[in-house]
Design a protein around this ligand. Structure first.
Ligand SMILES: Cc1ncc(COP(=O)(O)O)c(C=O)c1O
Length: 314
């Protein structure tokens, strides 16, 4: 729930009164003594990324960069931001075109279409173009295609951070009223764009919590040094240093290996009935490991970014 101060910072609410979109099913719960998690997996679009999508879309509607009935939203993503974007745009009947790398699973590609997106540039991708090149080609040829594009550009759009500062983070601050003795938070989070970590940490700091941040990364990756290897923690350590991450907020970096992540995923499913995504499980592994340092005034906070079935392989 946004408080009055934060509502002022959010672009005008364009949501229809019949929409469930404005409400939040994203609970904050103490799942183990000392470990609070926020269930972003319950959001429309299935993850925290809908926050960024709806902030950016509402902001663009307000500024006139998106005109309903004229503009098409374009982005290069096959991940959670894509699903969030479709959810956000469907509210206003704004069409979404996505350039999705062919390495994304056929299930995910098909689901994006079922949710209402048009997948563009398939032939270009087959011929070796990158999703970025597909987006750039469409932008260059917009007139010939009879389109007016708005590129959401999640990796460099400051709205992505604001969405988490004034949305997710403000909501956490409000939900923390359920733990009135807490003064200090250890935030355990991953970074793809870096926006959610940065926005949430800033929001907690503005609310005068003492904040430490542990950045969780897959084994073998070091985003700060630009070291990346192939891994299964889709959404974090994505091959570029997270452009929206404020490194001054990060106290420590912890690498998690696949086996540790799976153990945490199984533990969470067994205890709470949620099969959480890989990045969430990696963060949960770290959160429960340090749970011993939690007290009445100090809690560990982490995020359930999304569900795990997308990533399940037998
Ligand atoms: C499953 C998952 N976890 C974590 C992240 C990281 O979020 P952010 O881009 O806000 O850093 C993402 C981003 O797409 C994601 O999809």
């Amino acid at each position: 729930m946004l408080n009055q101060k934060d509502q002022l910072k959010w672009p005008n609410n364009h949501f229809s009164t019949t929409s469930i979109f404005g409400g939040t099913p994203s609970y904050l719960q103490e799942v183990e003594p000392g470990v609070l998690v926020k269930f972003e997996c319950n959001n429309p679009g299935g993850s925290h990324k809908v926050r960024a999508a709806r902030y950016i879309i509402q902001d663009a509607l307000q500024s006139g960069s998106i005109v309903q009935g004229q503009t098409t939203v374009i982005e290069k993503t096959g991940g959670n931001f894509g699903f969030g974007l479709i959810a956000a745009c469907s509210e206003f009947g704004v069409p979404v075109e996505l350039a999705v790398g062919l390495n994304f699973s056929p299930t995910k590609r098909r689901c994006l279409e079922l949710f209402g997106a048009t997948l563009i540039g398939v032939e270009m991708l087959k011929a070796g173009s990158t999703p970025r090149e597909v987006v750039e080609w469409h932008q260059r040829n917009a007139e010939n295609l009879g389109k007016q594009y708005f590129y959401t550009d999640q990796f460099s759009n400051p709205g992505n951070v604001k969405a988490h500062e004034y949305g997710t983070g403000a909501e956490i601050v409000s939900q923390l009223q359920g733990w009135p003795t807490v003064e200090s938070i250890i935030l355990v989070a991953g970074a793809g764009t870096g926006a959610s970590l940065t926005g949430i940490a800033r929001s907690l700091l503005s609310a005068h919590y003492d904040v430490e941040v542990i950045l969780v990364e897959p084994e073998g990756c070091d985003s700060q040094r630009g070291v990346f290897i192939e891994h299964r923690f889709e959404g974090i350590a994505v091959g570029v240093s997270p452009p929206l991450l404020d490194w001054s907020l990060v106290t420590e970096r912890v690498n998690v290996d696949f086996t540790t992540m799976i153990a945490a995923q199984n533990a969470f499913a067994g205890a709470h009935g949620y099969f959480i995504g890989n990045t969430s499980a990696a963060c949960f592994a770290v959160a429960r490991k340090i749970a011993g340092c939690a007290t009445n005034s100090r809690k560990i906070l982490s995020l359930i970014y999304d569900h795990g079935l997308w990533y399940f392989r037998q």
